[in-house]
Structures are given as structure tokens and as C-alpha cells.
Design a protein around this ligand. Structure first.
Ligand SMILES: [Zn+2]
Length: 535
């Protein structure tokens, strides 16, 4: 008995070892593939003196558009913006700056600061095995900076951040926000005490992360993480998940010094009317994704209504803490109209079959919760959005900052495309398009630089700032849809034909000019190849 028991144990030990080995191998295999080295024909520049000619400038600070202007870029910095005339009359050639080493004819086009997506993940198997797919979709939509929350594994992300900073890959600038307890070299394991929380922040700060991506932390751990993050001048953003929100809602986290909340989690809970927890149905199970995503919208009429004392008090308190709201409305939109999300214009050409598979209802895939999505579910989400948008707009009106993150790569939402949709949703919430652009540029830049105590390096078109710009032929303030890679549908009255106009023309990052349509063509080719393989 004893001997056979021992044998069984040895056998078990071997089995466990074997399983661990297989797990290790599959993990290695399952790692997201880094961006490939940038080829010589990918992007032009930076130049000694690049001049963008004749554009209309839309800045990120809420100013009205103006032009024609010539914009001088020296290497990777904006050097000067020169007024060269008046609309609808020939340009005064004498006023034009000279000695360009490269010229970009942008006559009649619109130039904006590069967009910032402050909530991204680069994907990975089984969705999109290669980060390049997300990188190019972002860049093709004018996104020159992303905040990874997290972009990918700890060490991997820091490496990619460096490669992007050196322009060795075609990718936006990367800000690395990481989860407590993560990091290949971290020996402390899971964070279970305030002491270990502080130790991890110190360790992670030394590795060079930019900030913390928090979740449903216990209050004492949240307090320790945020206090230590403040000491190291790290930013912080939190998805205040339903498991934990009863003790850590948006108000609680703002009081502890959180830089920004992401999504809506914790916001409605800070306004609950009759309960201190969401009144869940008796059979609610958080691990059931349809429960999780279906029930959250039922919060819409459980809160103190818009304009109430409690509503206003929460806005005041957020303002006091300079709290930033990063709503990522775009990622939940399928909840209010599933058919729209499933049939978006871009799926055919730009959604990888593996991505499409991931979106399908599956009890094991995060956000693929359409087990039985009903009219009631959509009505609840429509009501939820109305109130959510009212809060965001009221916060904006009171002077609060709302920023643009997309969290694309889930729920039928594709990288880049999902981000442009966020601008449209801000407009629906009551933002003027200029306010939406400001959210996407200046305010998102402030979200990234302020915690470090630094001045912004991008987010406006100003001499001295980094040359990160978006150029588009149509006016995005008239119609944000022209920023979609698939463009906007328009009837051509001269030919009588229906056309698609727009799509970003050039994305300039760090003074390097990328042909945005070529980036999209590269993505379409990735999709075509994968389809060929699976057929
Ligand atoms: Zn996310």
C-alpha cells in the first residue's frame, strides 16, 4: 500500500511536471508576435526640413480651424506654422517658407495632432497572432500614441515600447501601464498585502513602466498602490470591476488619487439610490459573461438621476481631484445594437478570420457573451448609454476631462475603427466635434504626461512638440466618418455614382510620413492570406 502510494505520487509528480512543461511550451507558442522590423519603404523621413503645404489646421486645444498654413517640421519636431494666405484665393507665394528637403502637398486637406488611444491591448493568439495587425490598423487611423493597459506581457511591452520609440517598427508610441504583480522578473508573486503592493510598484518603477492598470483591488491594497505610484510619478487607471466595486467605486478611487477611471465600472455604483450594491438577480454569476454584460446595463435606473444633488456632488468631487474619465463607449456598443456591430463595413476586408472566430458567442472567451441577446438587453443598454453620456457631457461642461480609449479587439470592435467610433459617440454624448478632437489629443496627452509631472510632448500642433500628425482630405469636423479606413459613403452629384470619401491620407509619427492607405492595404493582405490558409 505504502509503496504503491509512493509510486503513484512519483507518477503524479512526473505527470504534473509533464503538464507544466506542455503548459510552458504552449505559453511560449501563445505569445504575441512582436512587430516586424520596419522595411526601408515603410514611411518616409524624418527629414531635415519637411514642409506640409497649404493645409487647414485643426488644433487639439479647441481652437477653430484655420488655413491655409505651411507647417515646417525639422527632423521629428514641429518647427513653425506659417500663415500663407486666405481661404478660396490663390496662396501668396512670397509668404511661403522655402528650402524644404521634402514637401507634402496638403492643399485643401486637414491636419490634426496625432490621435491617442488611451486604452489598448495588442491582442495575440488566438485572435490576432501578430501585434503588427493592431499596430497598422492604429497607424492607418491616425493613432500615433497608445496606452497599453497592458499592451502585452510586461517585458515584451517594454521592448516594443523601445522599438517603437526608435521607429524600428511601424507602430504608435507606446505607454506601458502594467498590472500589479505582473512582470517576468518579479519574484513577489500575487499582491496580497499593502507591503507587497508597495514593493511591486517600486520594482516596476525601476523597470521603467509608465503607470499602473488596476482592477478590483481591496481598499487597503488600492491605497498602497496609488500612494506608492504617486511617489514614483506613475500614472494609474482602473477598471473597477464588479468584483470589488462594492468597496471601491469611482468616488473611492478618486479620493485615493487614481489618475483616471476606464470604462463605466464604478461610476454608476457611486450614484446608487436604494442600495449600496447593485441589486443583482438571485442567480447572477459573474463568471457567466452574459450575466456580467447583460446585468450591468440594468444599473441605469438604479441611480440618482441626472441633475440631482448627488449627481452634481459627484461631478464636483471628481473635479476637485482632477479625475479623468476614459469611458471607452465604443467597446460596449454592440450591447445596444448587436446587429450593427456584427455587420460593420470593415469586417469583410479588415477583420481576420481568427478575430471573427473569437467574437462569436463562447462561454470561455472574454466579451463574447451573446448566448441569447434579447431586445430587453438592448433596451437596457440604450437607456444605460443615455445616462452615461449625460454624465460625461455634464462632466465636460463642468470642466472635467474625458479622454479617448477604445479597448478594441473584443466584442466586434476592431483596432483603429473602434477608436474613430469613440469620437462619434462623444459627439452623440453632446461634445462638439472640436471637443471630441480635444479629448483625443490634448486631454489624452495630459492624461499621459501629468502624472509624471511633465509637460506634454504631443497633443497640439506647436513649435517644439513632436511631429505627430494626421492628414485627411475631407473635413472631419463635418463628418468623423471620413476618418474610418473604409471612409464615408457619399453620392457624387457629377457622376451620379456612390463613392467612398476620406480615410486618413497620411499619418506622421516622429516626423516620419506614412501612407495610411498603404498601411490599410497591408492589413487587407494579412486578412487575405489568413483566409487563403483556412479555406
Ligand atoms: Zn481593456
Amino acid at each position: 500500500m505504502i509503496i504503491s502510494g509512493l509510486k503513484t505520487k512519483v507518477f503524479h509528480g512526473a505527470l504534473i511536471f509533464l503538464f507544466m512543461f506542455i503548459f510552458f511550451l504552449s505559453n511560449v507558442q501563445a505569445q504575441i508576435i512582436p512587430g516586424p522590423d520596419r522595411k526601408p519603404d515603410e514611411g518616409k523621413g524624418p527629414f531635415e526640413r519637411l514642409i506640409i503645404r497649404g493645409a487647414v489646421l485643426i488644433d487639439g486645444d479647441g481652437s477653430p480651424p484655420y488655413g491655409p498654413v505651411d507647417i515646417i517640421i525639422e527632423k521629428n519636431r514641429i518647427a513653425r506654422v506659417v500663415a500663407v494666405g486666405y481661404p478660396k484665393v490663390p496662396i501668396d507665394e512670397r509668404r511661403r517658407p522655402k528650402d524644404a528637403t521634402y514637401e507634402l502637398d496638403a492643399a485643401g486637406m486637414y491636419v490634426l495632432p496625432g490621435f491617442i488611444d488611451t486604452h489598448v491591448h495588442a491582442g495575440g493568439p488566438p485572435k490576432n497572432p501578430e501585434a503588427d495587425y493592431a499596430y497598422k490598423l492604429w497607424m492607418a487611423h491616425g493613432i500615433t500614441t497608445v496606452r497599453g493597459v497592458a499592451l502585452g506581457p510586461f517585458g515584451w511591452t517594454l521592448k516594443e515600447r523601445g522599438r517603437s520609440a526608435r521607429n524600428e517598427i511601424v507602430a504608435p508610441r507606446i505607454f506601458a501601464y502594467q498590472r500589479p504583480g505582473s512582470g517576468e522578473g518579479w519574484k513577489g508573486g500575487r499582491i496580497t498585502t499593502p507591503e507587497s503592493a508597495r514593493e511591486w510598484v517600486r520594482w516596476a518603477a525601476k523597470q521603467g513602466i509608465d503607470g499602473l492598470k488596476l482592477g478590483a483591488e481591496d481598499p487597503e491594497i488600492m491605497a498602497a498602490l496609488l500612494d506608492e505610484a504617486g511617489k514614483h510619478r506613475l500614472g494609474s487607471t482602473a477598471h473597477l470591476g464588479q468584483v470589488g466595486v462594492a468597496r471601491m467605486n469611482a468616488r473611492d478611487s478618486a479620493r485615493l488619487g487614481l489618475t483616471s477611471m476606464t470604462h463605466y465600472y464604478g461610476l454608476f455604483e457611486a450614484l446608487l439610490k436604494d442600495y449600496t450594491v447593485q441589486p443583482w438577480p438571485h442567480d447572477h454569476n459573474y463568471y457567466d459573461e452574459q450575466n456580467r454584460f447583460g446585468q450591468v446595463a440594468r444599473l441605469w435606473d438604479q441611480i440618482h438621476p441626472p441633475g440631482s444633488e448627488e449627481w452634481k456632488a459627484l461631478i464636483d468631487e471628481f473635479l476637485k481631484h482632477k479625475f479623468i474619465i476614459n469611458p471607452t463607449m465604443t467597446i460596449y456598443e454592440a450591447g445596444r445594437d448587436l446587429m450593427r456591430a456584427r455587420n460593420a463595413d470593415w469586417h469583410e476586408l479588415y477583420t481576420l478570420p481568427s478575430m471573427w472566430d473569437y467574437y462569436q458567442p463562447d462561454r470561455r472567451a472574454h466579451g463574447s457573451y451573446w448566448f441569447y441577446w434579447t431586445t430587453w438587453d438592448e433596451v437596457a443598454w440604450k437607456n444605460f448609454y443615455r445616462r452615461w453620456m449625460m454624465f460625461l457631457n455634464d462632466y465636460k461642461k463642468a470642466g472635467g476631462r474625458v479622454t479617448t480609449g477604445s479597448d478594441s479587439g473584443f466584442i466586434y470592435n476592431l483596432y483603429g475603427f473602434g477608436y474613430i467610433r469613440e469620437l462619434e459617440l462623444l459627439q452623440e454624448a453632446g461634445f462638439h466635434p472640436l471637443e471630441a478632437v480635444r479629448a483625443a489629443t490634448l486631454h489624452s496627452a495630459e492624461e499621459l504626461f501629468e502624472p509624471a509631472g511633465k509637460k506634454i510632448e504631443f497633443g497640439l500642433i506647436r513649435p517644439g512638440l513632436l511631429a505627430d500628425l494626421v492628414i485627411v482630405e475631407e473635413n472631419p469636423l463635418e463628418n468623423f466618418k471620413v476618418l474610418y479606413g473604409t471612409g464615408a459613403v457619399k453620392l457624387n452629384d457629377e457622376t451620379g455614382r456612390v463613392e467612398r470619401v476620406g480615410g486618413v491620407k497620411y499619418t506622421i509619427k516622429d516626423g516620419i510620413v506614412y501612407d495610411a492607405k498603404q498601411l490599410l492595404a497591408d492589413v487587407a493582405e494579412m486578412v487575405r492570406k489568413q483566409k487563403e490558409k483556412t479555406e
